[in-house]
Ligand binder design. Sequence first.
Ligand SMILES: Cc1ncc(COP(=O)(O)O)c(C=O)c1O
Length: 459
Amino acid sequence: MHSIDIDTVEMTLDIMKYAINRISNTSPELSKPKKEEELLKIVGETVTKEGIGGEKAFQLFKDILVKASVPVDHPRHLAFVPAAPTRAAVLFDLVTSAASIHGAYWMTGGGGIFCENRAMEWLVSLTGMPEGTFGVFTSGGTAANLSAIVTAREYWRSLDDNHKKLKGLIITSKGAHSSVKAMAQVIDADLITVENHDEHKLTKACLEEAISSLSDFDRSRLFAVVATGGTTNAGIIDDLKGIAEVIEQEQLWFHIDAAYGGAALAAPSVRHLFDGIERADSVTIDPHKWMFSPYDCGAIIYKNMELAKNAHSQKGSYLDIFKDEGAQGFNPSDYQIQLTRRLRGLPLWYSLAMHGTERYTTAIERGLELANHAAKQIKELPHVELIREPGLSCVLFSRIGWSPEEYMEWTYTNHDKGFALVTPTKWTGTDGEVTCARFCFINPDTTEVDIQEILESMQ
Ligand SMILES: Cc1ncc(COP(=O)(O)O)c(C=O)c1O
């Protein structure tokens, strides 16, 4: 298993050939999953006492299993938050595994962590947060949000012994991602969701109102506000500047979940929408969404790294050496919930180093351009209706006269044909909650013709 023999050489060549073919394929088949029982019937047992051999296992993967999964980078995959990792980043993901570096501590991961830190500097610079701000790469937005809020809670508890006995309280917007609610559950905090109904966002006034209507007891356990820098459903950015003003007055922790939208900080056409982000205590940005990194790559950025370290640094006699002078350096594990970690920021670093940040700006602007183009096309067509102007790269629109079941049918039909993956969502407007269709543009290779054909498929 650990020796190098002819099987290893053949396997290496097969895998490299597959990787090259896949990476250079500009229109992968838009395949879809089968049921697990069905797959088991087709491929049979793959994990056996003697092993089935690398060639057979890989053949099954290539011929059957990969075709029972959806390629996230298909140009007509516009559902959820798709992805489109750069070829450089994907290839460097292979290098990251091959290099076998433990990315938790500088003592073992120094050179790799150095690279991650250069990519992190760029992310931090996009936020405009003050000197001393820094961050670490996490497995994704959920882990980043959780790391931030544990830091916030530990800081709050450190301020007053009475806080240690209280169940914390967080205010967030109705449009906040489900991971914010999940995170509150994990840390056993209560969550209040508020929003300005007309603007569909958390604003200064509604935050002030929510705080002033709290009982004295609830106010004493309120420790954080989580705003969103681009809601997943509609790309809406909360009133970050207004929220910052309230938070500074109330002395709360200000976390901004910009997991999806944060990439747009690099897009001059919409950068102003994020004004106020520089006043946050912590910000989540997911490079594996709109910054073209392969999974898993999220990032958490803190204004005060020491507070994150106080919350997350793990202790154990076998870890003591990392505190020694001889092993000093930046230790990513001190700032988020995970100890052993892959150097998941490396693919982003390599792609940034290769292409430069301007190419990122261009590719992110392309997502915004596609969203605006889609909105324009929708307005011109008689059978569809734009629900709201695009929020970042998200476009919500309805097919006039369709029931929720018809949206589902349309989604499945297009997916079955291998034509497109566009899913329905819900939107609450002046007429109450309606089912509608949603585009989320990430892949710069999506074309205007793709959009036109998808809209035509609704006729
Ligand atoms: C705004 C927002 N926050 C958090 C998340 C969760 O991120 P992840 O799926 O990387 O854990 C998402 C995912 O879509 C998101 O859009």
